[in-house]
Design a protein. Sequence first.
Length: 444
Amino acid sequence: MGQGLSCRTPDEHGLFTAVQFGDLEIVKTILERDPSLIQQRTVYDRHSALHIAAANGQIEILSILLENRSVNPDSLNRHKQTPLMLAAMHGKIACVEKLIEAGANVLMFDSLNGRTCLHYAAYYGHSDCLQTILSSARTSHVASSWGLSRFVNIRGGKGETPLHLAARQRRPECVHILLDSGALVCASTGGHGLPGSTPLHLAARGGSIDCIRELLAWGADRLHRDASGRIPYAVALKYKNGACAALLNPSSAEPLVWPSPLKFISELNQDAKALLEQALMEVNMEREKTILKNTGYSVASPSHSDTTAMDDNISEASDSQLCCICFDQLCAIEVQDCGHQMCAQCTLALCCHNKPNPTTAALPAPICPFCRSNIARLTVVKVKVNSADQDLDVYSSPKLRKSRKSQNLSEGSSSFRGLSAVPSFGKIGRGSGRVSVDIEIDKL
Ligand SMILES: [Zn+2]
Ligand SMILES: [Zn+2]
């Protein structure tokens, strides 16, 4: 992958050079003079003008070329690469969109490594292109004929899925999108890289803590062995990725895993999901800090910049909306249809099984801890603020909450007290949230 796209081949008409540099008028003039030139190929790589426009992000020229009926959006170059693959490789999102709109096929394989446009987007870390290709697959014939999860887990010539490539190339955003779209976290490669590697092995080799965090949170197995018997920990040590090795060491604290029952709640509201993911990542990053402090490695400040968004949300709430399970965080998630509320961490804990089996995923659906009814939906709590509460909140609550939070996180090896709250649901009783408010006031 990654061959150059300059036109070092004879370009007697100047067409390819004009396309490459986006000279629209010259392209128009050349094609008006001799329309057959639109089928012209570069001598060695057999690129069409469409390939060159796609790779260079020349969206205007690409659009004009596609208007011509004789131009095949899936024309192949010497390596059977389509213009869509080249656009995905170079992160030219407008061209990716336009090609898909023009009917480009996302299910083509090149002859270099047997890879698709999805592999290209994942390998080069263009998450916007990756997302666009996935959404097109979701709505196109691919989903009905192939099934989306089969497409997401599509294999290259040596058994590599897009997730393997994203993990190896240190592309955490792509790792996240792929997992979220149904990529198998435990897939092992055939012959790609070290045979039998899982995405976690490849992330250990690539050395990206962000990728490792994503994979572990999705239930990647630290004890999975590749064909030569190595666990990801050994791979990280071999490639001298010390901080990664510390997190992958089977004897260090288990990460919190995104609960697979949540995947089965049919309408997991996007905002609720974002809140829960945020809570999970915060817990795991605290865990990382603890592990790394003990090993002498430091971790770069987290790439999640939206940490404050949740805090802002919550600080608008009053203390009367304190979570009745942990008495520590504010209610952020509402269970429907019953309407009971709790904080994001307790919601996670409720659904958390530390090690779900990612292949069977046969876990019972979570139920509301207050009334034991089935959870149909989880939504974000809509905050109602009255002026008295607001005052109280502004002056006392955030600090209070912070001190409690840090106290909370320093407890226990899993650094997640919410987990231990699960078995104690019985103690709270099956009354409504209202009843527990009294207890909450006592505690304050
Ligand atoms: Zn709670
Ligand atoms: Zn309920």
